[in-house]
Design a protein around this ligand. Structure first.
Ligand SMILES: Nc1ncnc2c1ncn2[C@@H]1O[C@H](COP(=O)(O)OP(=O)(O)OP(=O)(O)O)[C@@H](O)[C@H]1O
Length: 349
């Protein structure tokens, strides 16, 4: 059994950045066979456990941009994460949904592996939630519905995502959100179950904590946590450390106090998602759509992308990264020392 646990990142203070009127809407039609050298790094959009995601353009063409995820091979090997990274590439390269960031091409060099993706310049939903504190019911409906569409697409292909949270939902130029970061995603075998202890601590389902084996229904659990965080700006299961958080999660959703302003239908859907027994959890797009919380929500308009999004990001051009928080610049790459095992593990990149 592998153990891969992420702490939720500490709440951050947002730097103020001047916004400009949007005059450009990105499209990513430059899906041709590229070389790594063709890409010019503009800035860093975000950093993660194994590397960073850079905003890049092709040569001097600043009319289009892409996101290039760069992962350090020495870190991957040192953490025995080769299998996960290969799975991330394998899964991402097979997906085609409006609610999931598009993958274009992979690369490798001596020190890193890379994934070239559609760039969503609207910033992280986490940043918007931090700014607004919490979301109204209509805003929660919209963003949750985007996440549900993304998960439904994955589940219909027997893929479990396992890391739903506001940090992994990113706004495109229109204001629709897309799922990013398939580092914990897994295509399930025929029996549909897996045992790896992984995910972000506050979002973990009880069966993952108990190591009982889990399946796509862990993503329903995380939908409930996500909705609670959207509506209250808080997490339902807190604690001083992972152990305390796990204890609270295992105590169950009925021990959670919902603020008074959370409506009965919102409480009802959150509790349906966060049923301790995975068999009793609300799952499947048609059952979710029929829940009274989504009574007045226009799913057809969402899928047709005619539903007005709650926030339309201000993006002045294809290389405008102002909706992202400044990241430290890329330090010089150190040689990949201490690599052992299968030296050709990255052959798929
Ligand atoms: N397609 C994209 N468009 C714009 N920004 C992106 C894109 N993909 C990732 N980012 C930014 O880069 C950050 C890190 O990306 P991602 O979560 O995929 O990396 P990671 O190394 O797997 O991170 P972690 O270890 O936290 O899971 C994101 O939080 C986001 O801010």
């Amino acid at each position: 059994m592998g153990v891969q646990v992420r702490q939720i990142r500490p709440k951050r203070t947002l730097p103020f950045k001047k916004r400009h009127k949007m005059t450009w809407i990105g499209d990513n039609d430059k899906k041709k066979s590229l070389k790594l050298d063709d890409l010019k790094v503009i800035t860093t959009l975000g950093t993660g456990g194994f590397g960073r995601v850079n905003l890049v353009q092709i040569g001097d063409d600043c009319s289009h941009s892409f996101a290039l995820k760069k992962l350090k091979k020495s870190h991957i090997v040192a953490n025995k994460n080769e299998k996960n990274v290969k799975e991330e590439l394998r899964i991402l390269s097979q997906l085609n949904s409006d609610f999931i960031v598009k993958f274009y091409q992979s690369f490798r060099d001596d020190h890193n592996v890379y994934m070239l993706m559609e760039c969503c310049l609207g910033g992280e939903l986490f940043t918007i939630l931090q700014k607004e504190g919490s979301f109204s019911n209509t805003t929660t409906q919209f963003y949750t519905a985007c996440a549900i569409e993304a998960l439904e697409y994955l589940h219909s292909r027997n893929i479990v995502f396992r890391d739903l949270k506001p940090e992994n939902l990113i706004l495109d130029a229109q204001g629709y959100v897309k799922l990013i970061d398939f580092g914990f995603a897994k295509k399930l075998d025929i029996d549909g179950r897996t045992t790896t202890l992984c995910g972000t601590v506050h979002y973990m389902a009880p069966e993952i904590i108990r190591n009982e084996g889990h399946d796509i229904r862990v993503d329903s659990w995380t939908l409930g946590i996500l909705m609670f965080e959207f509506l209250t700006g808080d997490l339902p299961f807190g604690g001083e450390n992972s152990y305390a958080i796990f204890k609270n999660i295992l105590a169950g959703i009925d021990t959670v106090d919902f603020p008074e302003y959370v409506t009965t239908s919102a409480i009802s859907i959150i509790k349906s998602f966060c049923q301790e027994n995975p068999c009793k959890r609300l799952a499947g797009i048609s059952a979710i759509r029929q829940h009274k919380y989504f009574n007045d929500f226009d799913w057809d308009a969402l899928v047709a992308r005619t539903h007005a999004p709650p926030v339309v990001p201000k993006i002045k051009n294809a290389t405008d990264s102002s909706n992202f928080i400044d990241c430290p610049s890329d330090e010089d790459e150190t040689p990949s020392e201490g690599m052992s095992g299968d030296m050709d593990w990255d052959a798929d990149f």
